[in-house]
Design a protein around this ligand. Structure first.
Ligand SMILES: *Cc1c(COP(=O)(O)O)cnc(C)c1O
Length: 392
């Protein structure tokens, strides 16, 4: 066993359980552990490493910005911060002025900002979805339905109601004139890649807006090209008021964003919210580089095509009972509740994959994953399922 795995539990809080490996180096979609073993990374740091490891454009942008101006506080503006906010508004389909951005360092903080923004409507009731995940800080946790995450920390900020995901009638019954916001993920990532039924997000928007409530879409996992579109909700006709982003935004550099569209962009006013690091010029420079590379390398189209190829290849094994997701956010249902064994077997075969639930596998590889790497997993897949004893 690696020396670091022995030292880890004595030095780090036991919040994540024992780590699987000690990773020391990455290049593109490949990582190496401290024993010199190589793995293909189909998890991408949980949908974070949009461009894999060490993409030269991101490295160059971070190095250049860090050596030019590393941090200034929000008493001052910086060019990367303003440029990134403008780019994100453009990607969200609005002109600067028709929306505004608040930068954070993580997904949970993007949702905290949006939660506080929603209170500025003068209402407090929030309707969120069962099996949704929005983060681990107290506010975001209040919006997350999983009892095991919430209950040890109650009381949490109140007036949150959970409805079954994908059920427009249940949503309609829950939303009223006292509802500040309806909060949904376009695809529920942590739940194991639950895709909303067609028309659900558009209906959610109509329901929210009929009652003067905000539609807040948490795109922390689904945004930034993950699904083959800049935002998973882009073509859904949902008219969101708030979008939250993080994971893939900095492709490994920590940054999140709360985007208020239309009047929602003006709900937070001076004194209402703040952050020391959020909007840091280095993080913003990283995110600007990520956007440029996704465009120049045409990674939205690549994610769409490669995602289809992976889904088709992996679903060809009859021990996969259902395939879900869009682009390179992929969920696989197995015939048995053996996803932990499959993850362990995949690691033995040199592939990093993930098990969000006992019966489900999730893949969220870099958007620039090669066809050869995708095909390598597809070829090894039956042997991985054999090793894990799935359907034996
Ligand atoms: C990961 C995730 C979060 C939390 O992001 P952190 O950066 O871990 O705080 C929030 N919402 C969704 C949908 C996520 O997938």
């Amino acid at each position: 066993m690696s020396d670091y795995l022995e030292r880890y539990p004595h030095a780090l809080m036991n919040t994540f359980g024992p780590p699987k490996l000690v990773l020391v180096r990455g290049e593109g979609s490949h990582v190496w552990d401290d024993q010199g073993r190589e793995y293909v990374d189909f998890l991408g740091g949980i949908a974070v490493n949009t461009l894999g490891h060490g993409h030269p454009a991101v490295v160059e942008a971070v190095q250049r910005q860090m050596s030019t101006l590393g941090h200034v506080s929000n008493f001052f503006a910086t060019p990367p911060q303003v440029e990134l906010a403008e780019r994100l508004l453009e990607l969200a389909g609005v002109a600067p002025g028709a929306g505004k951005v608040f930068f954070t360092n993580s997904g949970t903080e993007a949702n905290e900002a949006a939660f506080k923004l929603s209170r500025r409507t003068g209402r407090t009731h929030v309707v969120a979805a069962e099996h949704g995940f929005h983060g681990r800080t107290m506010g975001a946790l209040a919006l997350t339905s999983k009892a095991a995450y919430r209950e040890p920390f109650e009381p949490l900020p109140g007036d949150v109601e959970f409805v079954p995901y994908g059920d427009a009638d249940a949503l309609r019954a829950a939303v009223s004139e006292r509802t500040a916001a309806v909060l949904l993920e376009p695809i529920q990532g942590e739940a194991g890649v639950n895709v909303a039924p067609p028309g659900y997000l558009a209906e959610a928007g109509r329901i929210a807006h009929e009652h003067g409530a905000l539609l807040w879409l948490d795109e922390v996992q689904t945004g930034m090209g993950r699904t083959g579109r800049w935002f998973a909700s882009a073509d859904a006709g949902a008219s969101p008021d708030v979008l939250t982003l993080a994971k893939g935004l900095g492709a490994g550099f920590p940054i999140g964003a709360c985007i208020g569209l239309g009047e929602a962009g003006d709900l937070l006013q001076p004194g209402n919210h703040g952050t020391t690091f959020g909007g840091n010029p280095v993080a913003c420079a990283a995110a600007l580089a990520v956007i440029e590379v996704i465009e120049s390398e045409q990674l939205l189209a690549h994610a769409t095509a490669l995602g289809q190829r992976l889904r088709d290849g992996l679903a060809a094994d009859p021990r996969v009972t259902e395939v879900r997701g869009e682009g390179l956010l992929i969920g696989l249902d197995l015939v048995s509740e053996s996803s932990a064994d499959v993850v362990a077997a995949a690691l033995e075969h040199g592939f990093i994959i993930n098990n969000p639930t006992p019966g489900r596998i999730r893949l969220a590889p870099p958007l620039n994953l090669s066809e050869a790497d995708a095909d390598a997993l597809v070829s090894a897949w039956p042997a991985i399922l054999d090793s894990a004893g799935v359907g034996a």
